[in-house]
Every structure is written in C-alpha cells, then in structure tokens.
Design a protein around this ligand. Structure first.
Ligand code: UD1
Ligand code: UDP
Length: 366
C-alpha cells in the first residue's frame, strides 16, 4: 500500500483534489490520508460535507484578519507533527495557495516526495496574482513530480529546467470535477439574463474592487429590466465591507452566501456572462461555453484566452462597463465568445495522476 497524504486548505484546492481523493479511495494500491489546514473554514467544510470526505487531520488554522506570515507559521509548525506521525510515502498538493507552498516546504523538510497537481501555470509577474505566482514557482522548485494540466504549463516547467521525465500532462482535474457536478436539466427562471460575479484576489482588494463594483452597478442600473447580477460573495470581511458600501442597495444585484459547488457549477451553466477574478472559473467556463470577462490585467490561463471564451478586462471601471455592455447589446460579439471549447482535458486527469503515482512506486520497488 502506498500511503498518499493529500494536504489542502481552500475551496478551489478541495474542488480540484476531490476527484483525486475519490480515485485514491477506489484503488487497492493506495491509502489516502486527508489532511486539511482549514485555511478556509466554512468554504472548505461545505465541500467536505457535500462529498462525504472526513479528514484524518485538521490543522484548523483560519483566523479573521491574519497575515500571510501568521498563516505560514501556523501551517509550518502544525503540519510538521502530523507528517511525523502519519509518515506518508508521498504528499500531494494542488495549485498555488499558502497551504500549497508551505505544505510542500514541510514535506521537503521531512524528506517526503512531493507531487504537485496543476503545475507550471505562470504569469512571471511576482505580484499578479499575489502571492499565488510566487507560491507556485516555489512549489515547482520543491516538487518531485509535476502534473501539468496543459502543454503550455509543461513548457513553462521545461524552460525552468525541470526534468522532462518528472512532468506529466494530464488535463485539469477541474474538468473531472465538472463531471461530478453539472446536471443537464434547466431550472425555470424569470427570463432575466444572469450575470454571475465573483471577486476575491488580494491584489484587487481596495480601489480595484471598488472600480469593479461601480462598473457592475452602472450596468445593473442601465439594464435593470433585462439582467440580474448574482454575486456569491467570498467570506473575506474586507470584500464584504467594500461590497456593502458600493453595491448593496442595487435591486437587481443579489449578493448571496458562497454556493456549494454543485449549485455553483449549475449556476455557471445557466448564466449569460461571468465576471470574475477567480482562477478556477477561468477553467470551468470555457468547458461550459460561457463567456468570461476576467477582472485582472494578466492571467496564467492563456488557453481560455486562445479559445476565445475569456477576455482580460482588468479593473478599470470604464473598461469593465464598456466590455460588459458590448456583450449585452452585440450578439455577434457574444456568440464569438460563447463557443464551448475545453482546453483542459477529457475529465480523466485524476485517473492519470493516480496511475502515474502507482507506476512510479512499482518501478522504484523493482
Ligand atoms: C485564498 C488563496 C487564494 C485562492 C482563494 C480561493 C492564499 C494566500 N490565497 O485566498 O490563492 O484563490 O483562497 O478562494 O493562499 N474566510 C472565512 N471563511 C472561509 C474562508 C475565508 O471567514 O471559509 C475569511 C477569513 O477572514 C480569512 C479571509 O477570508 O482570513 C481570507 O482568507 P485567505 O485564505 O487568507 O485568502 P483568500 O482571499 O480566501
Ligand atoms: N465556487 C463555488 N461556490 C461559489 C463560488 C465559486 O463552489 O460560490 C467554485 C468555482 O466553481 C471554482 C472554485 O470555487 O471551482 C474557485 O474558487 P475561487 O474563485 O475561490 O478560487 P481560485 O480558483 O481563484 O483560486
């Protein structure tokens, strides 16, 4: 049996590791050990409950308003003891959060091999996204196995002189997750077009986020008979404060609590247009054929831009307003972006990842 410890802490890590945990549970060769840092609490527990995952270890680190350094220190010290007790053969991490980076560091300190899922995404801009760009670069330095979602990501790693034999292109497990969540039936609605909004990037907290909200408020007001904006708001109190000040009183903007992932994926499917600074949604929306205006100046997901489903609009109020309006009034522009193109694989990424881990261990034994 290979003891595979999976360490994660936030909503997107949980969603994209979920299909891998399920796959590890199915195989006779692997014993999954789930350790959560709980960098997110409610937004993580939502997923664990929904998919019946009971963690073996819970580091319970979340505290409102804590700094990146505090978070880092807590994960570092709390995870160390867990790894020493559980003695895993390999540790799996996903993506680019503080949990991802610090877990990899603790794994390295304990000389446990590290497999990095969603490896090789890059903007090469240290502060965008912040601190994710540095997190993923640092994880790539520490990792032994790199599971890249696309060839572009693999090529980034090759440019950084990673060993070709340790990089596997698997597709993104986000697509595997969609297979578990998206239902085809259409829910009855009130005929208004849904604009789905999410925001949470650290580099957008402050004036950028105010600009985003102001632009959306103008759109909501101008098209009040045709659209409704649905905004499942992140739990971060800083975001809630800004939203309260700028958009809370607009009738056709519904600010709601974070949706569970099944509801959210099906809401994407029913939306007309998405405005977001999220990473994961940039992968899901092209697969579902939904245009996305990306509220950032740069993205590590060029595949969706190439596919034509994503467009970078940054955080300038005028630009967001005019690009959103264009997609509401110009059908040709809208149709150009709403093709369902999926650059992120066939939904079998988790199977490939688990196959590879098993194979590498078998080869090591022989
Ligand atoms: C984190 C990740 C980011 C990822 C995002 C996904 C880092 C530095 N950032 O950002 O890469 O894109 O998660 O959503 O790793 N909070 C709650 N309950 C929750 C979750 C959050 O109350 O369930 C509040 C807490 O006050 C917390 C704050 O939100 O302090 C911010 O959470 P944090 O994990 O530090 O950063 P995110 O912006 O969520
Ligand atoms: N998501 C969700 N409920 C919500 C909003 C988002 O389940 O209310 C899902 C979304 O489908 C995607 C993931 O959360 O799979 C993205 O998380 P987030 O935007 O917080 O993080 P990022 O991907 O930017 O790291």
């Amino acid at each position: 049996m290979i003891n595979v410890m999976i360490v994660f802490g936030t909503r997107p890590e949980a969603i994209k590791l979920l299909p891998i945990i399920k796959e590890l549970e199915k195989r006779k060769e692997t014993n999954p050990i789930v350790c959560i840092t709980a960098q997110h609490r409610e937004m993580l527990d939502q997923i664990l409950t929904e998919f019946k995952i009971t963690p073996h270890y819970d580091l319970n680190i979340m505290k409102n308003g804590q700094t990146l350094s505090e978070m880092t220190a807590k994960i570092l010290t709390r995870l160390d003891g867990v790894i020493k007790e559980a003695k895993p053969d390999i540790i799996l991490v996903h993506g680019d959060t503080t949990t991802t980076f610090v877990s990899s560091l603790v794994a390295y300190y304990n000389t446990i091999p590290i497999a990095h899922i969603e490896a090789g995404l890059r903007t090469y801009n240290k502060y965008a996204p912040y601190p994710e760009e540095m997190n993923r670069q640092m994880v790539s330095v520490l990792a032994d196995l790199h599971f890249s979602p696309t060839v572009i990501a693999k090529n980034n790693l090759l440019q950084e002189h990673k060993n070709l034999n340790d990089i596997y292109v698997t597709g993104n497990t986000a697509i595997d997750a969609l297979k578990l969540t998206v239902k085809q039936e259409k829910v009855l609605d009130d005929g208004k077009k849904i604009l789905l909004l999410t925001t949470h990037r650290r580099e957008n907290l402050g004036s950028s986020m105010k600009n985003i909200f102001r632009a959306i408020k103008r759109i909501a007001e101008e098209f009040k008979d045709e659209i409704k904006v649905i905004y499942p708001i992140h739990k971060n109190p800083i975001i809630r404060d800004i939203a309260k000040n700028v958009i809370a009183d607009q009738e056709n903007i519904e600010i709601i609590e974070p949706l569970d992932v099944i509801e959210f994926h099906n809401l994407i499917n029913q939306s007309y247009l998405i405005l977001t600074d999220s990473g994961g949604i940039q992968e899901e929306a092209p697969a579902l054929g939904k245009p996305v205006l990306v509220l950032r100046n740069i993205t590590e997901r060029p595949e969706g831009i190439e596919a034509g489903t994503l467009k970078l609009v940054g955080t300038d109020e005028e630009k967001i307003y005019s690009e959103t309006k264009k997609l509401l009034v110009n059908k040709e522009e809208y149709d150009k972006m709403s093709n369902s193109i999926n650059p992120y694989g066939d939904g079998l990424a988790s199977k490939r990842i688990v196959d590879t881990i098993i194979e590498r261990f078998e080869n090591r034994k022989n």
